[in-house]
Design a protein around this ligand. Sequence first.
Ligand code: FES
Length: 174
Amino acid sequence: MCCSKVTKDQAVEIIKRYEQVLAIINKYGKAKEQLLSILLDVQATSGENYVAEEWAEVVACQLDLPISKVHDVLTFYAMFSIEPRGRYVIEICKSTPCHVTKADAVVAMFEAELGIKLGETTPDNEFTLLHTSCVGACDIGPVAKIGEEVYGNLTAAKVAEIVASYREAKACQK
Ligand code: FES
């Protein structure tokens, strides 16, 4: 008797994703020294901005690496996540120079603008709100970083503008 809870559609999706991950690994010639690039691509194509355990295992197996090595990389580098995240990760600096320039208020502004709490992701999977440590822009605190972009001297108006610009970017891609 079959007791699998995976539907046919889900099975098709899993196979498609498996082939996609294999294609990424093959693109880099299954080279162990390309582990970071492979994981970045696996994360970028995940749809939820993270590397799930099953795909970390596939990468480890295909590169003939211990899974612990892949886990070490995924947990050491801040650019990786092993939990689903929004497409845009908003990181608000909580180090002391930013803290004294009201970083807490900036967290509250983003929370109000996005309708989520720190550590959460918006229901449309677009934004995740997190803390980070110093990003090297202490002179323009309070600071938030989204991808490679750093935004400083944040006010409620600027926060609203930033969020709107990312929402507009999404609308333009449709
Ligand atoms: S303390 Fe926030 S950028 Fe340096």
